[in-house]
Design a protein around this ligand. Sequence first.
Ligand SMILES: Nc1ncnc2c1ncn2[C@@H]1O[C@H](COP(=O)(O)OP(=O)(O)OP(=O)(O)O)[C@@H](O)[C@H]1O
Length: 272
Amino acid sequence: MASALSASEIIHSRQAEAPGGAAARGLQVEVRDAVVRFGDLTVLRDLELSIPAGQFLAVVGRSGCGKSTLLRLLAGLEQASRGAVSIGGAASAGLRSDVRVMFQDARLLPWKSVLDNVRIGVEGGDRSQALEALELVGLADRAKEWPSVLSGGQRQRVALARALVSNPSLLLLDEPLGALDALTRIEMQQLIERLWLERRFTAVLVTHDVSEAVALADRVVLVENGTISQDITIALARPREKDSGFSHYESSILNRVLGRRPVSVNQDGFAI
Ligand SMILES: Nc1ncnc2c1ncn2[C@@H]1O[C@H](COP(=O)(O)OP(=O)(O)OP(=O)(O)O)[C@@H](O)[C@H]1O
């Protein structure tokens, strides 16, 4: 789980460059030979990762393997003690205005209305842009209310609106749906996929849920022993149907996360 952040870390004050409100182009991300240490603990080691612009990447792995640390490294919230991170061709140097992060808890400011929470995400607190973003997530009619009267799923929609209001080029998602019930989770997955298809930002999703990774990602990487041990392309049409192709990816990735030998079935239908 990501450690607590200050409000200024979560909320970037400048708007991404998106002339005329045009869809932001996704940013290419490169991580080269990265090492992240906390004291004596080496969490990421010799990590190599290249994410093409506009790709939807999911990061899976056992609890504590370093998924959130990798995401924080991409966000500029963590520094590599060795190696390099570049975002859109520029060496990473802390938080950027065109990179946004969404966490498992919505982190809304309770003393601000829903609309004002979204306005925080855009330069000058532009009201109409914030309202548009709330419309995108289906909550424009709740703009004047307090976050406390919203459901958990609605609060995450507001957090998504705040993350997307400035049209970011890289969206980093740290278990954003982890606390939601199954149905709300599926609805949110569909919403995130729709917005990604419309805007084509680069997306990196950290999740414990292999099914969610297969439902959303073009590619799934498995973090193990501080580095990327598996890199799987999900060659399924969108929107994803939960058919046999989906189940194949789901069970194959789950087996790899658990370190299990893949199960084969013989001609009589028995597992071997
Ligand atoms: N700021 C920090 N200081 C010290 N140790 C840290 C810090 N941040 C993370 N760690 C440690 O690094 C390791 C990886 O943490 P991280 O949160 O990246 O794992 P994770 O894979 O996201 O875990 P989970 O799936 O449980 O959320 C853990 O052992 C954690 O305790």
